[in-house]
Every structure is written in C-alpha cells, then in structure tokens.
Design a binder for this molecule. Structure first.
Ligand code: NAG
Ligand code: NAG
Length: 316
C-alpha cells in the first residue's frame, strides 16, 4: 500500500510537474549578486522555491545539493580546472573594474604606478585586473608591491579598508570591485585619478551549473525558469534603474546614491559575449601559472560555456 501511494505520488508529480526547489550559492555581499533576489521575488516561476545561500562556484563543485552558483569568471576558471562537469550558463553582469590612484603620490598615468604600493585581493578577479591593467603599461608584477586589505561598502570606512588605506597613504592606488573604488575616489577628492579600460579587463560575473543538474529534466526546467526570471530582472536593471537603486543598496548595505554613482560601471548584459572563449583562454593561462597547475585547453574551455539554457529560456 505504502508503495502504491509512493508510485501514485510519482505519477502525480510527473503529471503536474515535480515540486523541486532550486538551491543557489552566491556571495550575498556584492552589487553583482542583486538581480537574483529581485528575480526570485518578482519573476521566478519554478515548480517550488528558489533559495540563495552564501557561497559560490567552489561550493557547487563539491556539494551536490546545490543546483546553481554565481561568481566572477575567475572563480569559475579556478574550479573548472579540476571539475570539468561545471558549466557557465549565463552572464548576469560585466563590470569594468576601476583603479583609483592618489595623484599626490605622483600618479597621473598607469606607467606612474611603477614602484608603488597597490591594494587588491590576491587570487580574485580584482588581482587579475590589476595585473592586466599595469601590464598594459608594460609593468611586470615585480615592478610594484601588492598590499592586501578589505573593501568598504559604506562610509565611514574602517582602518584596513582600501579607501581608508589610500587616504592614510598606506597605499598609492587600489583596484577592486565597487563601491570601494567610488568611496576611495570620493575620500581623495580632487587628488583622485581613475583608471579603467574594459578592453583590457572586465569582470564577467556568471551563473554556473553542472552537467548532472542540466541533464536532470525537472531541475533543468527550474534552471531555465530562473534564467528567464533573471532576464526579466535585467530588463528592469537596464531600463528603469532608478526603481532599483534603493533595493540593490538595501541588499548589500550601500547607500542608494552610491549605487547610482557606480551603476554605469555595471553592464547588466544577460548574454554570453562573443569573445568569451578567447577571454577565458588568456585568463586561464594567468591563473594556471599562479595556481601552479596545467592550463585548461581551449577545447575544454569551449565546453565550459553552455548557451543552451539561454536558448531554452528564450522559448518560454
Ligand atoms: C584601452 O586598452 C586598449 C588595449 O590595450 C588600448 O588600445 C586603448 O587605447 C585603451 N584605451 C584607453 C582609453 O586607454
Ligand atoms: C531576454 O529578454 C529580451 C527582451 O528584453 C528578449 O529579447 C530575450 O530573448 C530574452 N532572453 C532570454 C534568455 O530569455
């Protein structure tokens, strides 16, 4: 009898669509993540709830209860090197990282950063950005000193945060995700110089899943629904940003006026950029060296990108 009920349950769930929830690991601190709670609240139409938990693609690689993760492409590449079942299925936002430098330290162009102390976080998309930006002026990593510190989301920025370190002259420049650069530039005032060049580097903040999850029909249906909801959200983020500054700021503890100030740095794209494979090949070569591992082949990096979920979302 119990077995009969179980079979009936399966048949009913097949008929009505299985009520399975979606679990997503993501940083809950950065502006990049904020389309996700908005999508869940306003647009998501999966068979059950979608839940965000603190984490990222590293968790997705090792915890099979997770269906999705969001992270910069840097963390995606680091994990893909040893977890070839990961797939990059969607790009939420491309962020043109910025570096702020103190003109009072004699810096007006990138080349002036030779011999200077530069704040960033090692092993992240930001340290890759710093390496690329300074490399564009032929500066090698031995030409400058990297100093670690923390970000600041809201003034007053505590000691140990980059904005506080630059005004206190402990560092001469720093490059990191927003809004710390904006807050650092504000606190330096007229002495601030900003360097940004999206053709040298932009963060490609992406959504990831695994081949196992994507091959599971019921889970895939919810993943497609999630991407669809994100796409509807990005429409709002792009076209009616004034309606979300306060919500986004509330999600991550940033003043709405600061969210507005850094909004142009964020390109809420929702598409897989055409140069993505080549972009990943170059970054993976850098990461392979710093992580002391073999490079991932271009053929494997091509497999890493799966645009079929976007195609499915366009059909519903
Ligand atoms: C950005 O970088 C590209 C490639 O190095 C370079 O050709 C271009 O002049 C740079 N743009 C700016 C505004 O510095
Ligand atoms: C996203 O929305 C746009 C309209 O804003 C539509 O053209 C596009 O097909 C949608 N993409 C997906 C993946 O749903």
């Amino acid at each position: 009898m119990a077995q009969g009920i179980h079979v009936l349950g399966i048949l009913l769930s097949l008929f009505f669509g299985q009520a399975i929830s979606l679990k997503i690991a993501t940083s809950l601190q950065w502006i990049e993540y904020t389309p996700q709670p908005y999508a869940i609240k306003n647009f998501y139409k999966g068979t059950d709830t979608a839940t965000l938990s603190s984490g990222g693609v590293a968790n997705l690689a090792t915890d099979s209860s997770l269906d999705l993760a969001a992270n910069a492409e840097t963390q995606g590449l680091k994990q893909y090197a040893s977890h070839k079942n990961l797939r990059l299925i969607y790009v939420i936002v491309e962020v043109g990282y910025r570096m702020v430098a103190n003109q009072a330290a004699g810096i007006t162009k990138i080349g002036d950063l030779k011999g200077k102390r530069i704040g960033t976080m090692q092993g992240t998309s930001a340290s890759y950005f710093v390496n690329k930006l300074l490399g564009s002026a032929n500066l090698k990593s031995s030409d400058y000193t990297i100093v670690s510190g923390s970000v600041c989301m809201k003034t007053p920025c505590g000691s140990g945060t980059f904005p506080s370190m630059i005004t206190g002259k402990k560092i001469d420049a720093f490059g990191i995700w927003e809004p710390a650069v904006e807050l650092g530039a504000k606190s330096l005032g007229s002495s601030a110089v900003i360097f940004q060049n999206v053709s040298i580097y932009r963060e490609v903040y992406s959504l990831y899943s695994t081949t196992e999850k994507l091959n599971n029909i019921a889970t895939r249906k919810n993943i497609v629904a999630y991407v669809k909801a994100l796409n509807q959200t990005l429409d709002v983020f792009r076209n009616r940003p004034e309606s979300v500054y306060a919500t986004v700021g509330g999600n991550v503890g940033v003043d709405a006026s600061v969210v507005q100030a850094v909004w142009p740095v964020h390109k809420w794209s929702g598409t897989i950029p055409s140069d993505l494979v080549d972009f990943l090949v170059v970054e993976d070569a850098y990461l392979a060296q710093s992580d002391k591992r073999a490079v991932t082949s271009k053929a494997d990096l091509t497999k890493f990108i799966d645009s079929s979920v976007i195609a499915d979302a366009q059909r519903i």
